[in-house]
Design a protein around this ligand. Structure first.
Ligand SMILES: Nc1nc2c(c(=O)[nH]1)N[C@H]1C(S)=C(S)[C@@H](COP(=O)(O)OP(=O)(O)OC[C@H]3O[C@@H](n4cnc5c(N)ncnc54)[C@H](O)[C@@H]3O)O[C@H]1N2
Ligand code: MOO
Length: 628
C-alpha cells in the first residue's frame, strides 16, 4: 500500500480546455429509420425528396369549380353551376384536377338539387386549394446537421419522403463502480457497506443525453482488478467512467491504473464538491475518474462528462440558464476552490430568493431538493445574507413562481403540507424565520416562541419584531414537546433536572429555535445550569435530527415533538404543550398561495394525516389573528 498526496488544484475551465485539446473525438455516423429517430442528432443536413402535398389538393369539403365561371356572382345575381360541367363534389385532401382550379366550401353553396348549385360570390383562382409543395418543396432543407430530432421533425421528414437518415452514433459509456465497501442489493447493506446508487444516476444521465450506458459489476479495491476492468471497458466502449477511488486514499487505484495504461491529463480540479476528478486518456478514449460521493459524482458528470458525451453526439453544451437571486443564509467557501452550492428558489414580493441547502458532498437529497446551483468562484470567501448571486436554474422559473415559501421552525406537518400544495420549506428555527420574514425572504414563518414572562406563545414576539406592521398569525397546531428517549426510557428521564446526570448525553437544538427557547426557559425555571449538560453545545436543526441522534445512540435524550420520536420508534416523556403557528404579513392573506395554505390547514385530509403522526391538537387550526 502506498500513499500519495499529490492532487492538483487546476481551474475548472483550464482543466476542460487542456483535456479537450488532447482528446480527439471523431463522432461516428450511422443510417437509421426516420421512424426510430426521436432524440437522435442529424449528422448531415436532410433535404426533401418529395414535395408535400405532392398534388394540388382540396383544403375544404365542398365543390371544385373553374374560377373563371364563377366571376360576377353576387347576392342579388347568384350564379347557377351544373354538376360535372361547372363543378364536382370534393372532400378535404382530394386531388383537384384540371380544369378545376378553386374550391367553394359546402356551407357557401345553395343546393338547389343534387345536380344544381347556386353561389353568391365568385371563387378566386386556387381558393381553398393546397398547392403542390405548399408545405415542403422537393430539394429544400428539412433539417440542418447537428439537430436533435423532435416528434414534429419526424413528421416533416416523413412528409418530405425521407425513410432513413444519417445520425451520430450513440456513444457507449462504460460505468465501473469501484469500492470493496460498495454492494449491489439493499439486503447487503450493513455497517461499512454502501449501496451503489451512483451507477444508476450515471446510467440515467447517459440515457437522458442520448448515450448507451454499460454498467459493469462492482470492482473491488484491487489494482489488477480495476486495471483489467478498465482495459476491457476501453475495448468495448467510447467513454469509460470509473466511480470512486479517485482520491488519494491507500485503496484509491484509479489514477495509477490510468497512468500505467494511458495518460492522466488532470488529477484534481479547483471545484468543490468534485476535487479529486481524474481526466485521462487510454488508447485515445476518454476515461474519467469520478469522486465517490453522490453530490460530487453528479456535479463532475455535469461539468466534465456531459460535454464529452455531447461532443460524440455532435452537440455543444447548452448555455446555463442563469437568474439573479437574493441569498437568505450566509455561505462560506474556501478561497482555493470554486464551490458549488445547491439552493431552493422562491418568489417573494417579486424577488427571487435563494436558500442554500445542506452542503455535504454525501447529501444527495440536496440535489433532489435543489432548484438551482450557485457557484462561489475561487478567491471569494463566500456570500452574506441578502447578497445577490447568480443561480444556474435546474427548474423553470414559472414553476418556481408557484411555490409558497416558508422559512422558520421545523415540524413534520410541513412535509404533509408540501405533499398537498407547492411548498418550499426551510428550517432555521423560529427566530431565523422571523428574521427572514422581516427581510421579506419568505411568505410565512412557522414559529413557536414562548414568552417567559407571560407564558403566552408567539404574539409578544410578533409585536416586538414587527412593530408598526400589520401582521397575521395563522393558528397552526397544538403539539406536545417532551423528551425523546431510547425505547423504554432506560435512563428514566422525566425532567430537565435529569439532564445534568453523569450518564446522560443530550442532543440540543440550535439557538433561535422555539424548542431551544423552551429548553432554556425550563432550565432557568428549574435552576439548572446548562454548562453542566453534556451535549448542550452540540446543535441539531430539526426534531428528526435530534431523534436520529438518540436512535443512533450518539445521545440518549433530546427535546422535541412526539411525532419525531414515534417516527423512529423511540419513546417520549411529555414536558409541555405548545402552539406552533404561521406568521405572515396581513397583506399576504390576499395571495392565492396563502389562501390555499389556510384551506389545507382547515381540511379534513390534513387533520387526519397529522393526527396519524400522534401528539397534535387542532384547537384553532386555520384561524387568523391580526396583530397591529
Ligand atoms: N486525504 C484526502 N482525503 C480525501 C480527499 C483529499 O483530497 N485528500 N478528497 C476528499 C474528497 S473531496 C472526496 S470527493 C472523496 C473522493 O473519494 P473517492 O473518489 O476516492 O471515493 P471513495 O473514497 O471510494 O468514496 C467516497 C464515498 O463515496 C461514496 N460512494 C462511493 N461509491 C459509491 C457508489 N457507487 N454509490 C454511492 N456512493 C458511493 C461512499 O459514501 C464513499 O464513502 O475523498 C475525500 N478524501
Ligand atoms: O471535492 Mo469532494 O468532491 O467535495 O467531496
Amino acid at each position: 500500500m502506498s500513499r500519495k498526496a499529490y492532487i492538483d488544484n487546476i481551474d475548472v475551465n483550464l482543466a476542460i480546455d487542456e483535456y479537450f485539446k488532447k482528446l480527439e473525438i471523431n463522432p461516428k455516423e450511422e443510417l437509421i429509420k426516420v421512424k426510430d429517430s426521436l432524440n437522435r442528432v442529424t449528422s448531415r443536413a436532410v433535404y426533401a425528396k418529395l414535395s408535400s402535398p405532392s398534388y394540388n389538393s382540396a383544403a375544404m369539403d365542398g365543390i371544385a369549380v373553374i374560377s373563371d365561371y364563377t366571376t360576377g356572382a353576387t347576392e342579388s345575381e347568384p350564379k347557377t353551376l351544373k354538376l360535372n360541367e361547372d363543378f364536382i363534389y370534393i372532400n378535404t385532401g382530394n386531388p383537384v384536377k384540371e380544369p378545376f382550379d378553386a374550391v367553394i366550401m359546402i356551407e357557401d353553396c345553395i343546393i338547389k338539387d343534387e345536380d344544381t348549385i347556386e353561389i353568391l360570390s365568385p371563387a378566386y383562382p386556387y381558393q381553398h386549394i393546397r398547392q403542390i409543395g405548399e408545405d415542403i418543396v422537393a430539394t429544400e432543407m428539412i433539417l440542418p446537421s447537428r439537430h436533435k430530432i423532435r416528434p414534429v421533425d419526424i413528421g416533416a421528414l416523413i412528409s418530405g419522403g425521407i425513410d432513413e437518415i444519417s445520425v451520430y452514433e450513440k456513444p457507449k459509456v462504460a460505468l465501473i463502480p469501484t469500492g470493496s465497501e460498495i454492494v449491489e442489493n439493499v439486503e447487503e447493506v450493513v455497517e461499512g457497506k454502501i449501496i451503489d446508487s451512483n451507477s444508476y444516476v450515471f446510467e440515467n444521465l447517459v440515457l437522458e443525453l442520448g448515450g448507451i450506458p454499460n454498467k459493469g459489476s462492482i470492482a473491488v479495491d484491487e489494482y489488477e482488478t480495476i486495471k483489467a476492468m478498465v482495459l476491457e471497458a476501453v475495448e468495448k466502449n467510447d467513454i469509460v467512467l470509473v466511480n470512486a477511488g479517485s482520491s488519494a486514499g491507500t485503496m484509491d487505484y484509479t489514477v495509477d491504473v490510468i497512468d500505467e495504461i494511458g495518460e492522466v491529463v488532470v488529477h484534481g480540479v479547483a471545484m468543490k464538491p468534485g476535487k479529486p476528478t481524474i481526466l485521462g486518456i487510454v488508447k485515445g478514449k476518454p476515461i474519467i475518474g469520478i469522486p465517490g460521493y453522490p453530490v460530487s459524482s453528479y456535479l463532475v458528470f455535469d461539468v466534465f462528462v456531459k460535454p464529452v458525451i455531447l461532443k460524440f453526439l455532435g452537440l455543444e453544451d447548452d448555455k446555463d440558464e442563469i437568474a439573479k437571486a437574493t441569498l437568505t443564509k450566509r455561505v462560506v467557501s474556501s478561497l482555493k476552490n470554486e464551490e458549488i452550492i445547491r439552493v431552493t428558489l422562491g418568489f417573494v414580493d417579486d424577488k427571487l430568493i435563494a436558500t442554500p441547502l445542506q452542503s455535504g458532498a454525501g447529501v444527495i437529497m440536496s440535489l433532489v431538493k435543489a432548484d438551482g446551483l450557485c457557484k462561489i468562484p475561487r478567491n471569494v470567501e463566500g456570500y452574506d445574507v441578502s447578497d445577490t448571486v447568480d443561480v444556474k436554474l435546474l427548474r423553470p422559473l414559472n414553476q418556481i413562481k408557484e411555490s409558497l415559501v416558508s422559512i422558520g421552525s421545523h415540524d413534520i406537518c410541513m412535509d404533509i403540507v408540501a405533499d398537498m400544495m407547492k411548498l418550499k420549506s426551510t428550517h432555521v428555527g423560529s427566530m431565523g424565520g422571523i428574521l427572514s420574514l422581516r427581510r421579506r425572504e419568505c411568505h410565512l414563518a412557522p414559529i413557536h416562541l414562548l414568552d417567559a414572562d407571560t407564558g403566552e406563545y408567539n404574539i409578544s414576539y410578533v409585536r416586538k419584531y414587527f412593530n408598526g406592521e400589520k401582521m397575521a398569525l395563522i393558528k397552526g397546531l397544538n403539539r406536545i414537546q417532551g423528551f425523546i428517549v431510547e425505547k423504554g426510557n432506560p435512563l428514566n428521564i422525566q425532567s430537565v433536572n435529569d439532564l445534568v446526570r453523569e450518564d446522560v448525553v443530550f442532543a440540543n437544538r440550535q439557538r433561535g429555535s422555539g424548542t431551544r427557547v423552551l429548553l432554556d426557559y425550563e432550565l432557568a425555571k428549574n435552576d439548572v445550569n446548562p454548562e453542566k449538560i453534556k451535549g448542550y453545545q452540540r446543535e441539531f436543526s430539526t426534531h428528526m435530527a435530534v431523534a436520529a441522534a438518540v436512535k443512533n445512540k450518539s445521545a440518549n435524550v433530546g427535546l422535541g415533538v412526539y411525532s419525531a420520536s414515534k417516527a423512529l420508534d423511540l419513546d417520549f416523556y411529555p414536558l409541555k404543550p405548545e402552539e406552533y403557528d404561521f406568521l405572515t404579513y396581513a397583506k399576504n392573506l390576499e395571495l392565492d398561495r396563502i389562501k390555499e395554505f389556510i384551506e389545507i390547514l382547515k381540511s379534513e385530509e390534513f387533520k387526519n394525516r397529522v393526527d396519524a403522526l400522534g401528539g397534535y391538537g387542532f384547537e384553532n387550526t386555520g384561524e387568523i389573528i391580526i396583530i397591529e
